[in-house]
Ligand binder design. Structure first.
Ligand SMILES: Cc1ncc(COP(=O)(O)O)c(C=O)c1O
Length: 387
């Protein structure tokens, strides 16, 4: 079937049932008092923030987390009313905007609170972040923490809703540093309690932490990669199935038989040795299907692997077909056809990176088609907003 609401034959399919099932699996795995905060930053790791946020909330996630205030406002503008936390640094002068949209911000600097106190804020929820070993964002100095706590007592318009930290090695088998970070966080909670601060909303675990600490993840886990059905690392095996939500497809736009000596694509780097059927697939580095994928890259056509041959161009690449195949035949670049599968992890391995990076870098030029109960329920083609 040719899609009617966009005019190219390359698309990503996002399985919202998979998102739902992954959230449910974690909810069942976790202690009853631990809820899911669905991490939908970076356009839900390239899956589409609004649709994923709605599916996660429907499946029982309690709240959402993003990296940017802009991302939070995008969700609010789509009518999402669940609590949202911005995990990144937001300019203190934008604190009133966060309040206007009922968005909680992350705080870890005393100067931030001083500057934000000069703005028109009446009541803003903040999550206090401690750096227990990631060395990215967070309070690590007791003196500054002391000053910040004193400022909180002065500026009553700011409310410490939550306290959190982030693990650097939760996905590694060696748990020594993971344990050090957990202990440092416990010490900070005792330190806060000694000063009369006992937040009701603590969170430490990402997907790896949530997998490994079902009973020690406090009130929330910040669930990202595994909500999308992917493992945070090869070593980490959750005791339940994860269902990948993202698959990538296209259709052959041209098929021809080439003869020995014919060459393929820029640089004429691939030479045909025997007669070969070659297909052209309309995806290229302009879509994030980058040139390095030509090295050992392959796709699925009629349930068979077909290698990418020659250099990947901006909008197209060529594949060697198992035989003569019709123009319009479906090509799967990530996902299953019959008994064969190309996983996100396969692509990440080929590119010597992590699975997180792959859906994030497949650009908005690729329409996202949302599936629920095997029916298409929405389409998002962000780059060309003529839809
Ligand atoms: C602060 C914070 N919490 C949670 C997450 C979610 O992590 P994961 O995708 O590994 O579940 C991230 C993502 O990088 C993050 O930066």
């Amino acid at each position: 079937m040719v899609h009617q609401s966009f005019y190219r034959d390359t698309w990503a399919e996002i399985d919202l049932n998979a998102i739902r099932d992954n959230v449910t699996a974690f909810t069942e795995h976790l202690h009853d008092e631990t809820k899911v905060m669905a991490v939908v930053k970076a356009n839900a790791y390239g899956h589409g923030a609004i649709e994923v946020a709605k599916a996660a909330l429907e499946a029982g996630a309690d709240r959402l987390a993003v990296a940017l205030l802009d991302e939070a406002i995008h969700l609010r503008n789509a009518g999402i009313t669940a609590p949202i936390l911005v995990m990144g640094w937001v300019r203190p002068q934008d604190a009133p905007l966060a309040e206007k949209h009922d968005v909680a911000l992350t705080i870890f600097q005393k100067d931030w609170l001083r500057e934000a106190s000069l703005t028109e804020v009446n009541q803003l929820n903040l999550h206090l972040k401690f750096d227990t070993g990631m060395s990215r964002l967070g309070l690590r100095d007791e003196e500054e923490a002391q000053e910040l706590v004193a400022l909180f007592k002065k500026y009553k318009q700011f409310h410490i809703e939550g306290v959190y930290t982030h693990f650097a090695t939760a996905d590694e088998l060696d748990s020594s540093f993971f344990q050090i970070q957990q202990e440092r966080f416990r010490q900070w909670l005792i330190w806060l309690a000694d000063r009369g601060i006992e937040p009701k909303c603590c969170h430490v675990s990402n997907s790896a932490g949530a997998t490994r600490l079902p009973n020690d993840s406090y009130q929330f886990v910040r669930l990202g990669i595994s909500m999308y059905g992917l493992k945070p690392s090869a070593e980490l095996n959750p005791p339940f199935d994860l269902k990948p939500a993202f698959s990538l497809h296209s259709r052959l736009v041209h098929v021809k038989e080439l003869l020995p000596g014919d060459t393929i694509s820029y640089g004429a780097t691939y030479t045909v040795e025997e007669k070969e059927w070659i297909g052209t697939v309309p995806i290229g580095y302009g879509d994030g299907w980058i040139r390095r994928l030509a090295r050992e890259g392959r796709v699925l056509i009629n349930g068979e692997f077909a290698p990418i041959v020659g250099r990947i161009c901006m909008d197209q690449c060529m594949v060697r077909l198992p035989g003569k195949v019709d123009v319009g035949t479906k090509v799967t670049l990530i996902g299953k056809q019959g008994s064969r599968e190309i996983t996100m992890d396969n692509i990440a391995e080929q590119l010597e990176t992590i699975n997180y990076e792959i859906p994030c870098t497949l650009t908005a030029r690729i329409p996202r088609v949302y599936m629920k109960d095997k029916e298409e329920v929405a389409v998002n083609h962000q780059e060309l907003n003529f839809l």
